[in-house]
Design a protein around this ligand. Structure first.
Ligand code: GLU
Length: 309
């Protein structure tokens, strides 16, 4: 029932709204530049069939890096932990999400974790299926199940916009291919990865997905165990150690809630056994996190005493 007591949510939102002027919408994927920098929205689901929301909760945005948590869960379910972690590490990195530096300096040269682009690309290459069409259908099906929304789709426009400009991600793939972390065709992998990143949700979908993670993979509404508890636990641990880019340490101190952000401005968060949270605020700080979203998470965590530490 916790979240239904949050009747000051609209006030908290008003409080953080000026922060949207402090950030910038991502433009390195050209289609993301069309977002309205002053949008800010939040939805919170609890396990007693309640949700509350405030602000721009109906705006659709693309998952971007938030999809990395979802494909990690699917790859772990498809291939098992031993295989996945033979190719991708478990350690946080203080580097930006698209950095190539640790690939070259770490030995063996596997990506440090599945939340940076190199690790996420390697994870996407592990999704089971014959062709990309089947793999993407499986990813979409999984997201729809988690969000309990069969209408979720990906944006072909955003996917193409990224595919045309993702030279750095391509280089990460070629580097990993050279070092035996991935095999197969790089363009095929880029096609699948950009589509996965372009899956469109709103805050309510995201909060619903967060609730499933909060309940260790169990959907309290459908009573279905969508993700095995050990897999949900691994995903949440990565959210804590590297979910908020190279600001994850500060976020753990200030907020203390497992969360994953994306460059379209989304934040997926989960408070163990209690609530799932979905935030949208496309004005980003220089590390790639929603400025107003971060502030909102901090205020909420303090008010509700949600820090896990
Ligand atoms: N598709 C984006 C990329 O790979 C995701 C980045 C992000 O949200 O951090 O550059």
């Amino acid at each position: 029932m916790q979240c239904m007591e949050l009747n000051n949510l609209p006030d908290l939102l008003e409080q953080v709204k000026p922060c949207t002027n402090e950030g910038k919408v991502a433009t390195y994927i050209p289609a993301l530049g069309e977002a309205n920098a002053n949008d800010i929205g939040i939805a919170i689901y609890d396990k007693e069939h309640h949700y509350i929301s405030a602000g721009n909760t109906e705006v659709n945005f693309t998952l971007q890096s938030i999809s990395k948590v979802i494909t990690l869960a699917l790859a772990l379910m498809d291939r098992g932990t031993d295989y996945v972690f033979s190719k991708v590490g478990m350690e946080p990195t203080g580097d930006p999400f698209n950095s190539i530096i640790k690939l070259e300096t770490s030995n063996p040269s596997k990506p440090l974790n599945p939340m940076i682009n190199a690790g996420a690309l390697a994870v996407t290459s592990m999704i089971a299926g014959e062709e990309n069409e089947e793999k993407m259908a499986r990813i979409l099906h999984f997201v729809r199940d988690l969000a309990a929304n069969p209408k979720i789709q990906y944006s072909a426009e955003v996917a193409i916009s990224e595919l045309e400009t993702a030279h750095l991600n391509r280089s990460l793939c070629y580097y990993m291919k050279q070092n035996g972390i991935i095999d197969g065709d790089v363009e095929e992998l880029m096609d699948l990865y950009t589509k996965q990143c372009s899956i469109q949700v709103n805050c309510i979908d995201l909060a619903r997905i967060g609730l499933v993670f909060a309940m260790d993979g169990f959907d309290p509404y459908t009573k279905e165990q969508i993700i095995p508890p050990n897999v949900a636990k691994i995903c949440k641990t990565f959210m804590v150690t590297c979910g908020m880019y190279n600001a994850s340490g500060e976020f753990a101190i200030r907020v203390g809630i497992p969360a994953k952000s994306g460059v379209a401005g989304g934040i997926l968060a989960c408070v163990k056994g209690q609530v799932g949270i979905g935030i949208y605020g496309p004005a980003l700080d220089n590390k790639g996190n929603s400025v107003a979203g971060l502030k909102l998470m901090e205020l909420l965590s303090m008010q509700e005493n949600w820090s896990m530490f």
